[in-house]
Design a protein around this ligand. Structure first.
Ligand code: F6P
Length: 463
């Protein structure tokens, strides 16, 4: 079997935010030879030209350092102030500074130059996420002939939003140099196809420069998932049970409504708290018997729009507390800190409602983890945004428009009042979907498509 080289901006073990992707790919890499390549997390004066190998909990990881100025333009600038908001259809929150593109390109070139000498001809390379769209182009310009796949963890934008991105044609041309481009959901593949159709030479008469030839790359939806069995086990582990006891002690007889999200404007956190405020205001009988807990570890906090989201959340949480709290009852707990997976699994299991209402999201693994952590005999209810990729998989959740806080408030009421029989029936369907779309199935199906057909054939003959 060919070696697998995984490439992403962050490598595993570098900060709590890297969790989802790291957990997903660590298992796949453990099954075959290869290594993980990415940024070391270090900012230096002179960029490193060679990668350093390190063993991180049995995983071979090759890392390079970046300069502070390149990193700023590449990460906080082009990736997270232009691509992220545009891909999430928040052009109002984008800062269009075209010069950041040079730093973005320079870092992708640096990745390619440091990775190339480490490659063997039949290695398969799997590149992750919007930080690294140009990487295949840069590798191919240096002579790499390997099969290279790209996976976009975030939504693919509409054609209009894409046109707002500086150098979008170059970026799309870069995408066309991958052998396989994977996306989270069918809606992303449709948006991509729409863009590709727009670009077909016949639709842009007389301007061949604008045309992007996608004929070389294959595209498909490969929805990512969790490891549901691992989460189910974790949810009854001593660490999870300890967390459950801690919370039960301070919130006796309360039905818990739980949200867990990076503190990001795409997650719809202020809208979510506003919906909860409406529930308490419309249905007074829920006061004293429910409690909302929002866990929101800070993220990308050097970027102004993230600080503003944090301030907006502080304000609305304060308002709800001031409006409804009593000396012996608090409606809300808001925690700006990251927790380990076992503690989160405990909280998911304790919660009566998992409130997962991003305004737009690639997949949303919290939805998967919440489902997997439930007690089969007394499961909680998932309220899920229609605009998360997960909504294509979990159609037995209560699906809501997260911008419509009345609808979300009504979903909360319905979830809190839902009889046990219906909760069990819905959860069983959700859990079956979580199994069907597990992280193992995700990585196997993507790699199966990326593997050259002759290798696929000979492994099938061996089997
Ligand atoms: O899901 C998108 C993503 O950017 C991942 O690539 C990343 O691991 C995660 O969000 C956290 O973001 P960041 O690396 O900017 O902290």
């Amino acid at each position: 079997m060919s070696r697998l080289i995984v490439v992403s901006n962050r490598t595993p073990g570098k900060g709590p935010a890297a969790g989802g992707l790291a957990v997903a790919l660590r298992k796949t890499l453990a099954e075959r030879e290869g290594f993980w390549f990415g940024w070391s997390g270090k900012l230096v004066d002179a960029p490193s030209t060679e990668a350093r190998f390190e063993d991180i909990d049995g995983l071979s990881v090759a890392q390079i350092d970046l300069t502070r100025s390149d990193h700023h333009a590449y990460y906080a600038g082009f990736s997270n102030s232009i691509l992220w908001p545009s891909f999430h259809l928040r052009l109002d929150l984008a800062t269009i500074e075209g010069h950041w593109y040079e730093g973005y390109r320079a870092v992708n070139q640096q990745f390619a130059r440091a990775l190339l000498p480490l490659l063997k001809p039949d290695d398969i390379i799997w590149v992750h996420d919007y930080h690294l769209i140009p990487l295949a182009s840069e590798l191919r310009n240096l002579g790499a002939r390997n099969r290279i796949g790209f996976y976009l963890h975030i939504p693919f934008p509409t054609t209009d939003a894409l046109y707002a991105i500086p150098h979008h044609n170059e970026l799309m041309r870069d995408l066309s140099r991958y052998d396989l481009v994977g996306m989270q959901a069918n809606r992303d593949v449709s948006a991509f196809t729409e863009f590709a159709d727009h670009q077909s030479p016949s639709s842009i008469s007389g301007n061949p420069l604008k045309s992007v030839d996608f004929t070389r790359s294959e595209t498909g939806a490969f929805p990512i998932g969790s490891d549901p069995d691992a989460f189910a086990k974790m949810a009854v582990s001593p660490a999870a049970t300890k967390m459950i006891r801690r919370v039960e002690r301070v919130l006796p007889d309360q039905r818990l409504i739980l949200g867990v999200d990076r503190l990001d404007y795409s997650k719809g956190l202020p809208q979510r708290v506003e919906a909860y405020e409406k529930l308490l205001s419309n249905d007074a009988h829920f006061r004293r018997s429910v409690h909302m807990m929002q866990i929101a570890p800070p993220s990308r906090d050097s970027i102004k729009e993230y600080q503003e989201t944090s301030d907006a959340l502080d304000a609305i949480c304060g308002r709800v507390m001031g409006r409804f709290a009593e000396p012996d009852w608090s409606p809300l707990t808001y925690v700006k800190r990251a927790y380990g997976q076992p503690s989160l699994a405990g909280l998911y299991r304790l919660a009566r409602v998992g409130l997962v209402t991003p305004l737009r999201d690639g997949m949303n693994l919290v939805a998967h983890e919440f489902v997997a952590s439930q007690d089969p005999e007394n499961p909680g209810v998932l309220i899920l945004s229609r605009f998360a990729g997960a909504a294509e998989i979990f159609d037995d959740a209560i699906l809501v428009n997260p911008f419509d806080t009345d609808e979300t408030a009504e979903a909360l009421r319905m979830a809190l009042d839902m009889p046990l029989k219906e909760r069990i029936a819905r959860w069983e369907t959700l859990m079956a979907a979580a199994h069907k779309h597990s992280v193992d199935n995700w990585s196997h199906s993507f790699l199966e498509r990326l593997t050259p057909s002759d290798e696929r054939l000979s492994s099938a003959t061996r089997d």
